[in-house]
Design a protein around this ligand. Sequence first.
Ligand code: GLY
Length: 348
Amino acid sequence: MQNIILTNDATSELKSLIATSGSDKVFALYDENTFRHCRSLLANLYGEVSITDIIIPPTDAAKNTDTLASVWEALQKKGASRSSLMLCIGGGMVTDLGGFAAATFKRGINFINVPTTLLAMVDAAVGGKTGINFGSLKNEIGVFREASAVVCDTNFLHTLDAENTNSGFAEMLKHALLSSKEMWSRHISFDLINPDFRTLLPMVGESIEVKKNIVAQDPQEHGLRKALNLGHTFGHAMETLALKRSNTGLHGYFVAWGLVCELYLSCVLEKFPSDTMRKTVQYILSNYGKPNITCKDYEELYDLMLHDKKNSGGVISCTLLAEIGDIRIDRHPTKDDIFEAFDFLREA
Ligand code: GLY
């Protein structure tokens, strides 16, 4: 199982991981924002280990071949070898792109993820999915390659704004829906307006465990790992449409709206209890609002869903639920079902 460390002292964890890694050179990949705001938290590490920084532009718009090539180029120019180690310090964009750069440079160098957002801690940094966007499709190019360790420093969580906390929490809510009624009911009672970090921190560890256990059973997504796509078939389509229109938006918001659509379809197609669906939808809408879509967008959203890499044979595949924790992968809603689910989201 992947080595995931939840700590309040990333420096000492990284120091000992680097010492035992046997690497000849250590690189740290940041985006401009994490370089500005997060590097200081690792100041003591720089005092003891020689680290070369590589800085890339922030945001999903830079998760592309140009940025990837700039990382390969920096590694090459600064003398990285096959025994070098890269620390990917940032949100999901940095851990996805950095992991892919590391996985492909000289056929693969080791990397350690240091997620700085809640979203990256509970999802992106864990489980070995790496990649970049391509041709306006999200995460279109990539490989499975697990970070040799994931170091989650809870100090980063205190620095997050409300939107970033909400964004990560959407993936936590997804993990709760995949797990148990008890976990779900604690999540939909969590106050996102005034988050209590003493309550949140153990929930983060619990959420990482859910993902880690699923990934350990199906690392390359042949079956069970598709459970983690709950909310993402609809969510990715809405996110890709927003990206095409240069609208900003955090991933977790699209996942939360995707959960609304997919829980609605779970009720219609899998007899998921409507009371549970309504409570979850109410929680999501009151904390995440609604997406900026109209019925004129449905055809384009449907087309984007058809191009999702989770599909094969030209049919749309979704993960649905028959109950909390009762997972139904490879479900194929019709075009009418899908339009109805978008109507439900807009009118709920
Ligand atoms: N984000 C879903 C997965 O890692 O499989």
